[in-house]
Design a protein around this ligand. Structure first.
Ligand code: SF4
Length: 305
């Protein structure tokens, strides 16, 4: 299985200082509600980056809008807080401009599967080398509790007081059908398992979706930690083969007394940056000479500011 180099450009240099998860903590303290599942996701990402031997300047986090999309502000690395639903589009541009970066996209179900649903399908289809961490709480949290694309049918929310009449999106089968090469699901209440999947997702060369059940303790009173704990079963403990497409689809569709988490599907396909002819030689675009004098570059930048 092809694995991406998570420490590019450092092989010939002196070994870099090994960092701890706390070295990936941003200066701003998260303002999430106490008990919010997003804390577990942030912690796992910080732990995964430290365990993979990454340095903050090698990691870019990109987000859209929503509670979970505030994550780049709480993480020590490069970060971009972009437009609602547009994080994957921005991340695609950043990854192609500098394919040496480890690009992690973070956001919620409303941002990613609703407003950004179009970008989700096309980023999977293009196999852009980013890790997409979706904090799926099955509700719009930041706007105080409206139905989201992953809310269950019959769920009562502020915008559906008689219960939602819509069927929810299944992000896993949507990603699989769109050609995603790494499709996983985790639970923010199981940090060790989540960290392991984040590490695998970052190491995977290509688009890696990790849908994380990340309970919104304030507005979703149906899909709580108590709801998930007795239902969750790990694919790894059931001998699931991530190369088995049919089994991945079947297990991803189960929703009831058993809900699977783990690595559903992984396959090897060239990523977009490996296929782009202009990126074939000469290294990342961001490191190539511009062919402009510094005055010309300054002028150009000021015109765009
Ligand atoms: Fe988390 Fe929900 Fe609070 Fe937002 S509203 S921070 S999703 S618990």
């Amino acid at each position: 299985m092809a694995v991406r180099n998570t420490n590019p450009g450092t092989a010939a240099r002196q070994p870099v200082v090994a960092l701890k998860p706390k070295d990936f903590q941003g200066e701003i303290h998260p303002d999430w509600c106490p008990g919010c599942g997003d804390f577990g996701v942030l912690k796992s990402l910080q732990k995964a980056c430290a365990e993979l031997g990454l340095q903050p300047h090698q990691v870019l986090t990109v987000s859209g809008i929503g509670c979970s999309s505030n994550l780049p502000g709480f993480f020590n690395g490069y970060g971009m807080h972009t437009l609602h639903g547009r994080a994957l589009a921005v991340a695609t541009g950043a990854q192609l401009a500098n394919h040496d970066l480890t690009v992690v996209v973070t956001g919620g179900d409303g941002d990613g599967y609703g407003i950004g649903g179009n970008h989700f399908l096309h980023t999977a289809r293009r196999n852009v080398d980013v890790t997409y961490l979706v904090m799926n709480n099955q509700i719009y949290g930041l706007t105080t509790g409206q139905v989201s694309p992953t809310s269950s049918r019959d769920m009562k929310t502020k915008s559906t007081p008689f219960g939602s009449v819509e069927l929810p999106v299944n992000p896993l089968t949507s990603a699989i059908m769109s050609g995603a090469t790494f499709v996983a699901r985790a639970f923010s209440g199981d940090g060790a398992h989540l960290t392991d999947l984040v590490k695998k997702g970052i190491q995977h060369k290509g688009f890696a979706l990790i849908d994380v059940f990340s309970p919104c303790v304030t507005f979703n009173h149906d899909n709580t930690y108590k709801f998930f704990k007795p239902r969750i079963r790990k694919l790894e403990e059931e001998g699931h083969d991530p190369g088995d497409w049919k089994s991945a689809c079947e297990k991803a569709m189960l929703w009831g007394d058993t809900i699977y988490i783990g690595l559903f599907l992984q396959k090897e396909e060239p990523s977009l940056d490996q296929l782009e002819p202009v990126l074939e030689k000469g290294g990342p675009l961001a490191h190539r000479p511009l062919g402009l004098s510094s005055e010309q570059a300054q002028k150009l930048i000021s015109r765009m500011m």
